[in-house]
Design a protein around this ligand. Structure first.
Ligand code: S3P
Length: 448
């Protein structure tokens, strides 16, 4: 039974001020647990995201034989079983809402000679898995899924995985990562070619644990080659604050004149920075200071000051580095002066919800003129506070829920969401953190 819906309402407010550390990066947290479970010896993870999605991955890796304990706030220890050393789970692996958890785990399972069944919530059970099943099948695993290659599905893994050379047909770090994780237990070299570069957290984390990975520019895109059956050894990992979560506080601060907010230790991986680059082009007063490296990942403190924004054309080629931030970018665009055009958004239709449709519907309900195309969105900004005054269906999608709450802070009238429970998948403590900065987000349907 899903938990009961929790409505929330954001009320228009004035400036946000203060310093707040947003939770750990979701992508990096999944990888730290999975790769730690495939390493030999102990790994110590600091700043792990303790959100629902990542807790599902921890539970799955435990069910596969890794020892994983929580040792304090965000501090976790993992004793891995070595590559190919996981054991068959005794029950179905429920990955909850997490596409990253499910798809990366399919890669891990493909290189183990046993059978495992994966399921998830209604959102995850609706998401396409063929994109991962296809290369894993080429590598020798078998994937048996219900119609349309959706969860629940069964992975029949192999101890004799074949290394492949695979060109990813859609820009997806999840597909790339699944192939690389399966390639860990294949003799020889597994190559993934990406026509459009996507986040490289798997490559950085695998290297950090001792794997040999080479990247090379080819005519077809970047080719990433992993040498199979490396000895991975337990490591210490520091998880950066999640730029995708920082995005909500940052945009709220930008939209509320007089705001001054500092978000320390945010990941600045260039494959994740497209939102911040775009906001700067829109005129945002936003800067990164104290740049440093933590366990292979670049981080910095993000400083944001409120001020007016102007609409821009967002290049389609930037889509992979903005991908999870389009909903909050669209909220910023709604308050900007002039029109913002976003193209190359096809992948938004297969996220936790159809985000393109959800954003277009939600903005229109809040009085913002939008044009929704098959893979594009045009937002006609109002150059100030949009009307607001609507209740938005979050549709099991954390980023839709948080984006429209931010809109409510910067609108003329409150904006509610019908259910805040999905927020816990990626940003536990979102409401308290935002309210500590001066936001007004409260339980209940409000008077919208
Ligand atoms: C992720 C990759 C992206 C992103 C998701 C996290 C990852 O998905 O949207 O939230 O951690 O690899 P795709 O690979 O499907 O683009």
């Amino acid at each position: 039974m899903p938990p009961p819906a929790r409505p929330l309402t954001a009320t228009p407010c004035e400036a946000l001020t203060g310093t707040a550390r947003v939770p750990g990066d979701k992508s990096v947290s999944h990888r730290a647990l999975m790769i730690g479970a495939l390493a030999v010896g102990e790994s110590e993870i600091h700043g792990l995201l303790e959100g629902e999605d990542v807790l599902r991955t921890a539970a799955a890796m435990r069910a596969l034989g890794a020892e994983i304990v929580r040792d304090g706030d965000g501090v976790w220890r993992v004793w891995g079983r070595g590559i190919g050393g996981l054991s068959a789970p005794e029950n179905v692996l429920d990955m909850g809402n997490s596409g990253t958890g499910a798809r990366l785990l399919m890669g891990v399972l493909a290189g183990h000679p046993f059978t495992a069944v994966l399921t998830g919530d209604a959102s995850l059970r609706g998401r396409p898995m063929a994109r991962v099943a296809a290369p894993l099948t080429e590598m020798g695993a078998r994937v048996v899924a219900r119609e349309g290659c959706r969860l629940p599905l069964t992975v029949v893994g192999t101890g004799d995985a074949v290394p492949i050379r695979y060109r990813v047909p859609v820009p997806s770090a999840q597909v790339k990562s699944a192939v690389l994780l399966a390639g860990l237990n294949a003799p020889g070299r597994t190559t993934v070619i990406e026509p459009q570069a996507t986040r490289d957290h798997s490559e950085l984390m695998l290297r950090h644990f001792g794997a040999d990975l080479a990247t090379e520019e080819t005519e077809d895109g970047v080719a990433i080659t992993l040498t199979g059956q490396p000895e991975l050894t337990g490591r210490r990992v520091h998880v950066p604050a999640d730029p995708s979560s920082a995005a909500f506080a940052a945009v709220a601060a930008l939209l509320l004149p007089g705001s001054q907010v500092c978000l320390p230790g945010v990941g600045t991986n260039p494959h994740r920075s497209g939102l911040f680059e775009t906001l700067r082009e829109m005129g945002a007063d936003l800067s990164f200071t104290q740049r440093r490296q933590e366990a292979g990942e670049p981080v910095a403190d993000l400083l944001v000051a409120g001020g007016p924004l102007t609409g821009v054309e967002v290049p389609a080629a930037r889509a992979p580095s903005i991908i999870d931030e389009y909903p909050i970018l669209a909220v910023a665009a709604a308050c900007a002066q002039g029109t913002t055009v976003m193209r190359g958004l096809g992948e938004l239709r297969v996220k936790e919800s159809d985000r393109l449709a959800a954003v277009a519907r939600g903005l229109a309900a809040c009085g913002v003129a939008v044009e929704e195309g098959a893979d594009s969105l045009v937002v006609h900004g109002v150059g100030g506070r949009p009307r607001g005054g609507a209740t938005i269906a979050s549709g099991l999608d954390h980023r839709i829920a948080m984006s429209f709450l931010v809109l409510g802070l910067a609108a003329e009238r409150p904006v509610g969401i019908d259910d805040a429970t999905p927020i816990d998948t990626s940003f536990p403590g979102f409401v308290d953190l935002m309210n500590a900065l001066g936001a007004k987000i409260a339980p209940g349907a409000g008077d919208s």
